[in-house]
Design a protein around this ligand. Structure first.
Ligand code: DAH
Length: 345
């Protein structure tokens, strides 16, 4: 049998190999084997010239037929495999366009900042202005001008953080917002109706009701004929505006060197509704701040004549107000930076 007689077998075996391929790469290998430079077909093509003329024509025709059969089968198979490969790739890279992309979540102000804004709104609605002072303050404004001289026992309530600046114990991070009262009285003529929110610092051990860093809102009114009744009415109005009608508040006699008489302002503990719990130390009440009639010494130290003017002042813990309004059992969570907490407000 001449080599050309093997062509039908070469063709049928070649077709079987082509059909059994499963990838474009595999097919390329088979194509090289069947029709490439080292293939039997190319060998036979080369040998054609050495055949006797009468056989050459026939052999050439058979050779062409086989090559055509194989190359068209290769093309068909390639088309099929390419479609399959494309389908696999599409499936792998598929985008589910019905999926709803949530996009980046927008943040919002921290609860304490929201509370501060809300409190400012309540007081602006009552005709007050908003004033601010620095967090680093002089011992004079933080204590002395408020009738708290050196060695006064009231200082020991303020676990003070002094700064290593100037003479020893003359500069501190303010322990309350009351020094802003001094700044306001020194720079403004009465009548004064102002609130002063801001951050304060104490060398305090955190617990359910305390953080070493917290916020207060100070209030100051200086006008003619101001009485304790004005103070009580203002606090009552503020409490209803901020907490709504359900929360009860009370004033209890207290002592602050810069007010006389002085009172503590308390509300029903919103965690236990007054029955006593860990947050309120089993008392049923939470102290939100102090208040009183501005002491004449403070007025005159700040250049205001106590014979002509009188006034009241108050200072509330903003964090505590937020704690009671939103029923937060432990104050420490306000500074934990846990978004699961922060997102709730
Ligand atoms: N500054 C006081 C404190 O932090 C609170 C306070 C009490 C402020 C009485 C006042 C006031 O304005 O009149 O403990």
């Amino acid at each position: 049998m001449s080599d050309y007689a093997a062509l039908p077998q070469i063709e049928s075996e070649g077709l079987a190999r082509i059909h059994s391929t499963t990838s474009v790469d595999e097919l390329a290998g088979v194509e090289t084997d069947l029709t490439g430079r080292g293939s039997v077909l190319v060998d036979l093509q080369r040998q054609l010239g050495s055949l006797p003329a009468d056989e050459r024509k026939d052999a050439g025709r058979q050779l062409n037929a086989t090559r055509t059969a194989l190359t068209s089968a290769l093309a068909d198979r390639r088309a099929i495999l390419e479609v399959a490969a494309r389908a696999t790739q599409l499936e792998a890279e598929r985008l589910d366009l019905t999926e709803i992309a949530s996009g980046p979540r927008r943040g919002h102000l921290h609860l304490v900042t929201q509370t501060r804004d809300r409190l400012e709104d309540v007081f602006i609605g009552m005709g007050y202005t908003v004033s601010e002072g620095p967090e680093v303050e002089s011992d004079w404004r933080n204590f002395q001008a408020l009738n708290i001289p050196f060695a006064h026992p009231a200082r020991s309530n303020h676990d003070t953080l002094y700064l290593d600046y100037g003479d020893a114990e003359t500069v501190l991070v303010r322990t309350h917002t009351s020094p802003v009262q001094v700044r306001v009285m020194q720079t403004q003529e009465p009548p004064i109706y102002s609130v002063m929110p801001g951050r304060v610092y104490r060398k305090d051990t955190p617990d359910a009701r305390h953080n070493a860093t917290f916020n207060q809102i100070e209030g100051l009114v200086v006008d003619r004929g101001i009485t304790f009744g004005d103070l009580a009415g203002t606090i009552e109005t503020f409490t209803k505006a901020y907490f709504g009608p359900d929360i009860e508040s009370r004033l209890r006699p207290a002592y602050f060197p810069f007010t006389e008489p002085s009172a503590e302002f308390e509300v029903t503990c919103s965690i236990c509704r007054g029955s006593g719990c860990r947050t309120c130390s089993q008392t049923g009440w939470i102290e939100l701040g102090g208040c009183g009639m501005v002491h004449p010494n403070v007025l005159s130290t700040c250049g205001i004549d106590p014979e002509e003017w009188s006034g009241f002042a108050f200072g509330f813990g903003i964090d505590r107000l937020a704690q009671m309004r939103h029923g937060i059992a432990d104050m420490r969570i306000l500074l934990d930076n846990d978004v699961r907490f922060a997102r709730q407000f």
